[in-house]
Structures are given as structure tokens and as C-alpha cells.
Design a protein around this ligand. Sequence first.
Ligand code: PEP
Ligand code: MG
Length: 326
Amino acid sequence: LVVLDGDGGSVTVDPSAETLTRAEERLAAQKAQRDARKAARDEPAQTRDGHAVKLLCNAASAAEVVAGLAAGAEGVGLYRTELAFLEAQAWPSEEEHLAALDPALAPLVGRIATVRSVDFGGDKTPPFLRGTELRGVALQLRSPEALAAQMRAIVRAGRHAELRIKLPLVETREQLLAVRSVLAAALAAIGGHGAVELGASVETRAGVDRIDEIVAAADFLSIGTNDLTHDVLGADRVDGGVVAALAADPRVLGAIGRIVAAAHSQGRTVEVCGEAAGEPAVVPLLIGLGVDELSVAPSRVDEVRQIVRSTSFAEARGTADALLGR
Ligand code: PEP
Ligand code: MG
């Protein structure tokens, strides 16, 4: 008999009767808590003082999209398109993208579908790109044909959804302008689609440094706190939980606060989609900083809704301001 505590990271082989009883009691308590959160799925994601936060889910498959919607997410805030192609031998074709995306976006009729263009590079480098030092949108812009193929596939797969496209690791306005013209050509080629928003995912200090020009060229802003925390603090992003909690560091919160201020001053919304968006200690701080949308793993939607609903926006804003010394 083994007691495995996934939260605490411990394994007890041949547990004593007392250890076993404690584990069983914790299991029962957790199940009761999960059931209570599930029962609140129809409640709006808004703070005690009435401040609404859009609750979305992260996904990389049709099953995750369905699970997120079942948990009450309003839509998808981050669809990671690169995960289907980590073993690819060449840039995926339009039809390959479409085959991966069509079933995943099908459940999102009339709902927000935020599709991120492929974020290759770094720890997500397929065999054909080995040796590259570039990442994200900078890497994709090196292969304009492949970029155009993905834009056409996203527009085709997202035709029934409230489609938003976001670009990973944006650091300059020129990157947005370059992709915007490729997207315009894709829309002209496909036709029959309303407006598609183009957003920037800011995930590095270089992006934060140029935030005003990026905001001016973007329809919405997104913050990848996994990479941002790694870049600001030098923290290892391999352990998602650790990186998520580290986002509470004032240096990371300060960067998020700058992005939110720049975005709001130009009337753009801000979404956070890194693990920190589902980290209980960090969620109230993000709300206090004015983040408009939280996108989290389907398994965290219920818990984040509960945290939002038990938070006071006024108090959270005071806490965030105090942490940032403002
Ligand atoms: C992030 O960096 O927080 C993010 C959402 O992107 P990914 O984890 O896919 O790099
Ligand atoms: Mg990232």
C-alpha cells in the first residue's frame, strides 16, 4: 500500500494506520471541496464588489477545450498550436494545421477562441528546427510561407468562433505589423469572416520595455507569465508550480502592472495565461493589478472562479499597489 501526496510531493510506502486515515480524510475533504466548486459553475466570475473577470481555459486538444467549457470557462484564452507538431520534420502545412485545429475549435461556436501561432524554439524545438536560437514569432517570421499557411488554417478553423489570434513572445511593433499583413491576406483569400483580433503575448523584459509601441499595434494583450517570470527572475520554468508562485515577486508583478497600465491607457484588454493565472496566491494580485482575463488549465477553472468570487477588487488593488510601492 502506498500513499502518494501529489500536492506535497511525498510517497509513503506501507503507511501506518494513522497516516492512512489522515490521507483518507484529506481525500474526502478535497472531494467535498471539488463538489462544492462544481455546484457553483453557473455563478459569474466576479469579485465580491462586482468587478467582472473573464475566465477562459488553456488547451492543446479538443478534449481540453471540451473539459474547459464543461467547467464553465467562457472560451479558450490560449490554444497552444505547436504542441501537435513537436516531432514535425518540416513546417506544418495549411492542411496539417487545419486537421489539428478543426476538431478543437468546433465546440467554440460563438465563443472566444484565442489561437496562438506556433511557439517553436527553446524547450519546444521540433527536429527540423534544431540549432535555432530564435523563438516564437521571431522564428515564425523567418518562414513567411509557413506563417501564411497557419494564418489561413486558423481563419478557416475558427470561422464559427469569436476568433482571436495571438503571437508568442512579441518584442517589437514591427512583428505585429508584419503578421497583420499576412493575416489580412489570409482573410482576403478565405473570406466570409468577421473581424479577427490580433494580439501580442508579452513574455520578456524586451517586450515590456517596448510595451507602448506594442500596445499601439495590437488589438489585445496577453501575458505569458511562465516565460516572463523566467526572464525577469532567471527562474527555471521547468517546474510550473514553482514558476507560478514566483510570479508574486514584485519584479514580476511590476512588469505585469506596466503592461496593464499601457494596455488600459490605449483601451486594450489584458489576459494572463501562464500557470500564475491559476495559482491561488497570485490570482488576487493579478485581479488587483487590473488584469481583465485569466486563462487557466481546465482542471483549475472551478478553483479560480471560487477565488475570484471571494476576492474584493478594492482590497486586491490596495494589496497590489502596496507591493509595488505605489
Ligand atoms: C507562458 O509563457 O506563460 C505561456 C503561456 O506560454 P508557454 O507556457 O506556452 O510558453
Ligand atoms: Mg511562453
